[in-house]
Write a protein that binds this ligand. Structure first.
Ligand code: SF4
Length: 224
């Protein structure tokens, strides 16, 4: 059984290997300010980044500030974001979130986890995206890919997103949390898919205990 020192050493090797594999990982949402990233991330729930990037130019042209978004008419905002799905809930959250930014933060997006997670529509994942990418404050957004790969790679035994985040914090250097998350997402999309991970083609296989991965049975062998 791996002790904590060995886990830390293996995790750092994993981080280094991922860096070699995905040197150019980046946040695929288009934004020009912390506010734009916050709103784009809220819209990205259950939606692709590509779709969000198609919607946000017109949205930010019509509502360029938190002040204008706070005063937006719900039906107009809904029609602008409709194609991102769950648009009624997202519109409600965006307006409430921006009202709070205006009331409590002079219209600016705050820079702490505590202040971000009390905003409507903002959980730790969204807060970590904003902190990491808009402000350069290390954070690990735990999405479905990060959750799945953290488990398979033996970095966390938990299914709870907050626990996963804290488990990864313990074994990856703080300054690498944000980029590590992006690289894990790239690897999850390209190799370590939810249903059929391509373990035999995976460049991490010597560092991965493949926790919970069901091995495909060998075909052609009949029971006697
Ligand atoms: S070896 Fe398999 S389980 Fe481990 S990261 Fe690669 S694809 Fe995922």
């Amino acid at each position: 059984m791996e002790n904590s020192k060995e886990l830390k050493a293996r995790s750092q090797r994993l981080a280094n290997r991922l860096k070699e594999l995905y040197p150019d990982s980046y946040c695929a949402l288009t934004y020009q300010s912390p506010l734009q990233l916050l709103i784009a991330t809220i819209l990205s729930a259950q939606c692709t980044d590509v779709r969000v990037n198609m919607v946000t130019p017109a949205l930010f042209k019509r509502f360029p500030t938190s002040f204008s978004l706070a005063e937006a008419k719900t039906n107009e905002l809904e029609s602008l974001i409709r194609s991102t799905g769950f648009y009624k809930n997202k519109a409600k959250n965006i307006i409430a979130c921006c009202k709070a930014l205006v009331k409590d933060h002079q219209g600016e997006v705050p820079k702490t986890m505590e202040e971000l997670v009390v905003l409507a529509g903002v959980g730790r994942k969204t807060a970590n995206v904003v902190l990491g990418h808009a402000y350069g404050i290390p954070g690990l957004p735990v999405d479905t890919h990060v959750g799945r790969l953290s488990f398979r790679l033996g970095l966390s035994k938990s299914k709870d997103k907050v626990k996963i985040e804290l488990d990864v914090h313990r074994v990856i250097k703080e300054e690498e949390w944000t980029i590590f998350g992006l690289r894990i997402i790239d690897h999850g999309r390209k190799v370590c898919a939810s249903r059929k991970p391509k373990c035999s083609d995976c460049a991490l296989i010597d560092l991965c205990p493949q926790k919970g991965v069901t091995k495909t049975p060998t075909k052609g062998k009949k029971k006697s």
